[in-house]
Design a protein around this ligand. Structure first.
Ligand SMILES: CC(C)(COP(=O)(O)OP(=O)(O)OC[C@H]1O[C@@H](n2cnc3c(N)ncnc32)[C@H](O)[C@@H]1OP(=O)(O)O)[C@@H](O)C(=O)NCCC(=O)NCCS
Length: 167
């Protein structure tokens, strides 16, 4: 047996659909990444009123190294998806897992025929995946408009109030 630990990532991270029994590990990963303060965030108000449309994880053995979810929302009168939270285990970062999970979300959303994906996050990082700042969209609470990002999948530019919807 090798004395070296297993590498944290393969060259191509394998992103899989989240399973029902992944929920506790996903919760622990997100808590470690964001702390309990995330429950005070406006994005959480949106998610509380939503359903999970899709979830993706990256595994190593039985451990979950990365997680992301998509939620059903409406922006004004249009259906859309809301991405987040996305988290990667601190020991597995900078190996492409995060971007691979965003790409999985985009592929899934495109296949599902979604108009686009909204999120609240770091513009420089999500900009790498094609997200652009969006104006004219309001959330049910305070949000840093510079962190409000949109990826259009049908050419649309959303306007109006964002609210979670249950599928
Ligand atoms: C953000 C996060 C999901 C990225 O996951 P990851 O697997 O490390 O991402 P990737 O490996 O695909 O990308 C890493 C690259 O993005 C850069 N990067 C990471 N976070 C960044 C940020 N917030 N802003 C700008 N660049 C960032 C890294 O420096 C690295 O750059 P390089 O490719 O030039 O070396 C992860 O750092 C994380 O879980 N952070 C804590 C939770 C969080 O902040 N979630 C996002 C909310 S906006």
């Amino acid at each position: 047996m090798s004395a070296h630990p297993e590498p944290l990532s393969s060259p191509v991270p394998v992103v899989e659909a989240e399973r029902h029994d992944d929920a506790p590990a996903v919760q622990a990963l997100v808590l470690a990444a964001f702390g309990p303060g995330r429950f005070a965030k406006t994005a959480e108000r949106v998610r509380e009123a939503s359903s999970i449309a899709a979830g993706f994880v990256v595994r190593r053995g039985t451990a979950i190294l990365g997680s992301v979810r998509l939620w059903t929302i409406r922006i004004g009168d249009e259906d859309a998806l809301f991405l987040g939270p996305i988290a990667v285990d601190a020991a597995a970062r900078n190996a492409g897992l995060g971007q691979a999970m965003v790409e999985a979300c985009v592929t899934w959303s495109r296949t599902a025929g979604a108009s686009g994906i909204l999120l609240v996050g770091d513009a420089p990082w999500f900009g790498r995946s094609g997200f652009v700042p969006v104006a004219g969209v309001s959330l049910p609470g305070p949000v840093d408009v510079g962190r409000l990002m949109w990826l259009s999948l049908d050419g649309s530019s959303p306007t109006g109030m964002v609210r979670g919807v249950r599928a």
